[in-house]
Design a protein around this ligand. Structure first.
Ligand SMILES: Cc1cc2nc3c(=O)[nH]c(=O)nc-3n(C[C@H](O)[C@H](O)[C@H](O)COP(=O)(O)O)c2cc1C
Length: 191
């Protein structure tokens, strides 16, 4: 199953458009559109509740639905605009919600995480108004999924300088979409 985690906020999101160009190459997918969901940041009540279910190994509880979907995906695509040097808060909220010990990761006796996710690869798609710096967005996701979730490969796809006066944002986006075509032209396997 290909999982598309859509953390774009605007209806006319250019990041979503770029991600859709990638998804066109990949085939059928399940979309989780974060703005349509009722996910909340973890508070003490939800944290305690989740810990209690993990303690009881009650992984059928609905609190684990998103974690299981994430862990079972074969390929994951995250799209998120570049906001405040990072990404919208709803993506971090999603990460808090899926990061369930026993589903996406477990810790060995030395406290080292052992990823439990099935996906071999994750794409991160973003667009930026100015220059894109991956440090607190893609680099963070890359660190998290490789070290905690066991997803070995990541790939960044982005378009930048979309909001600079006199720049033709449509042209920049079209170029980024053509670059995706180019990237996939010579690939034997899409994954
Ligand atoms: C709340 C907010 C924060 C933003 N922060 C940045 C930023 O830190 N750096 C930057 O280059 N652009 C920033 N931008 C511009 C967006 O990255 C740019 O418009 C992007 O293409 C939006 O993607 P979208 O069309 O998918 O919504 C910000 C835009 C918004 C609305």
């Amino acid at each position: 199953m290909i999982l598309y985690i859509n953390a774009c906020i605007r209806t006319e999101s250019r990041t979503n458009r770029l991600a859709k160009a990638l998804l066109d190459k990949l085939g059928a997918y399940e979309e989780v559109r974060l703005t349509d969901m009722e996910i909340q940041p973890l508070n003490e009540e939800r944290l305690d509740y989740r810990a209690a279910q993990i303690e009881k190994q009650n992984y059928n509880d609905r609190i684990f639905k998103l974690s299981k979907q994430f862990a079972q995906a074969d390929l994951i695509i995250i799209s998120a605009p570049y906001w405040d040097g990072q990404f919208p808060a709803i993506l971090k909220t999603y990460i808090e919600n899926i990061y369930s010990i026993g589903i996406v990761t477990k810790y060995d006796e030395y406290g080292k995480p052992q990823g439990l996710c099935k996906a071999k690869k994750l794409y991160y798609v973003t667009t930026a108004g100015g220059r894109y710096n991956p440090r607190f967005s893609f680099d963070y996701i890359d660190y998290l999924v490789k070290n905690m979730f066991g997803i070995q490969e990541t790939e960044l796809i982005y378009a930048e300088y979309l909001d600079i006066e006199d720049n033709d944002a449509k042209k920049i986006l079209s170029q980024a979409i053509s670059d995706i075509d180019e990237r996939f032209r010579d690939r034997g396997s899409i994954l």
